[in-house]
Write a protein that binds this ligand. Structure first.
Ligand SMILES: [Zn+2]
Length: 445
């Protein structure tokens, strides 16, 4: 690990993805220059200028906004490959079996491992629901990443994180508010209430969260309508589908980021759009667990605020958002037998600018003057990228690129990843700790 500060850099690349004009999400500048000011924001994004001297000459690379993961549980990276083929309920039981033995050190190891993978594959910001405390949030901030973190809140009758924290229900909400106050001045850290799901949180708890959110302004993360079994269970218990149930409790009066929404009805989608509630679309996890396919085209038509997420590695098994971008683009084409129904440029937009806004970092997500310099570069010099032409940059990023192509990552102007080297994380130490934690958890599960 080498510490190199890099605010105030001039980056030159073969091509660059910037916000488009006339309703198109993107346009391409080639060749291109991106200047980062001393505050870590973008001071210039355009063609190379004679007057500036590049600090990074990124030949054979393209520059784009950092990717935004709209839904994950980073500590669960330790559970890569747990219950791959059994489906949602057995998978959940297997995961909870591992969580019984988890200590706080394991959570640290999982979060650090996730950051290694996210940074190396071009993710600069993420929304995460798990056990979060001040020390874990400082780890993310010190690594330079942005996180919208929601300490998971489950009803007292539901198993939580016994090895990590005995807090349930309102205790977690009090802790969330204290953390929000503590990190209020950190532009990388944003707190949310994290009611796990309507099937693990009683109506009284959800109503309490809604009242607190209106009072404090703290947003909410929650899983909604992930499986048909959940919809049947909630309808059975409360006489309403999950979206209707949450709407009746007034939850959408707060700022909400809902994960999955695989089985929303048309009326529920309208409710989300009307209230400005955001959805994280996580197609790979939904496919892998056999939960179904969320109606992304209907979300787009209704104007729902959207992010793209991997969900945890336990159900993906990768944090590479490029894989998610391609899947989200082509999946719905197959379902609807219509190749025009979802455009790659729209999904790229959801994975960057729209996703950043949806998880509460509206100053990130695009290569544009004044925004945070959360930018990544990808190699375009190899066989998998040839023949590369700048006018096909969006096509390349949506359909051909991989997280393995990522060469450099800057977050808030800070250089955190350079040609395979982590500049803010001790990769060897993290890998050793993560392997040790995973081995111990396997032995005790
Ligand atoms: Zn989840």
């Amino acid at each position: 690990m080498t510490q190199t500060a890099t605010l105030g850099a001039v980056l030159r690349a073969d091509a660059m993805l910037v916000p488009g004009e006339d309703g198109s999400p993107f346009r391409v500048i080639a060749p291109a220059e991106c200047v980062i000011d001393d505050e870590g924001r973008i001071a210039y994004a355009g063609p190379p200028r004679d007057t500036s001297r590049p600090t990074h000459e990124l030949t054979g690379q393209v520059l784009m906004p950092g990717l935004v993961n709209g839904h994950t549980h980073s500590a669960m990276t330790l559970m890569r490959g747990v219950s791959d083929d059994e489906g949602f309920m057995p998978w959940l039981a297997a995961v909870q079996g591992v969580e019984q033995g988890m200590t706080r050190d394991d959570v640290v190891a999982g979060v650090e491992l996730a950051m290694l993978e996210m940074i190396a594959t071009g993710t600069t910001a993420f929304a995460d629901m798990y056990h979060w405390d001040a020390g874990l949030l400082r780890l993310v901030s010190d690594a330079g990443m942005r996180v919208f973190a929601a300490p998971a809140c489950l009803g007292a009758e539901v198993v939580g994180f016994p090895g990590v924290s005995f807090s349930t229900g309102t205790e977690v909400l009090d802790e969330t508010e204290a953390l929000a106050e503590q990190f209020a001045g950190d532009p990388r850290i944003r707190l949310g209430y994290g009611p796990h799901a309507p099937y693990t949180c009683a109506p009284e708890l959800l109503r309490d969260i809604r009242d607190r959110a209106l009072r404090t302004g703290i947003p909410v993360q929650i899983h909604v309508s992930e499986s048909a079994a959940e919809v049947a269970d909630i309808t059975d218990r409360y006489g309403a589908t999950p979206g209707r149930h949450l709407a009746a409790l007034g939850l959408f009066d707060a700022e909400v980021l809902a994960a999955h929404c695989v089985h929303l009805t048309a009326g529920e989608i309208t409710t989300f759009a009307d209230h400005g509630a955001a959805i994280s679309h996580n197609p790979v996890s939904n496919l892998k667990l056999g939960c179904g396919i969320a109606p992304l085209p209907a979300f787009l038509d209704a104007g729902v605020r959207l992010a793209l997420g991997t969900d945890s590695v336990a159900s993906n098994n990768s944090l590479d958002l490029f894989e998610e971008i391609k899947t989200a683009t082509i999946l719905h084409r197959g379902v609807h037998q219509d190749a025009a129904i979802v455009r790659g440029s729209d999904v790229l937009d959801i994975a960057t600018r729209r996703g950043a806004a949806a998880i509460g970092f509206p100053d990130a997500g695009a290569v544009e003057v004044g925004r945070f310099a959360d930018v990544i570069t990808l190699d375009i010099s190899g066989a998998a990228q040839a023949p590369f032409t700048a006018e096909r940059l969006v096509s390349h990023l949506a359909f051909a690129a991989s997280g393995r192509d990522v060469r450099h990552v800057f977050i808030g102007g800070r250089h955190v990843y350079a040609d395979g080297d982590y500049l803010t994380l001790d990769a060897a130490g993290i890998l050793a700790r993560a392997r040790a934690s995973a081995a111990r958890l396997r032995a005790t599960a």
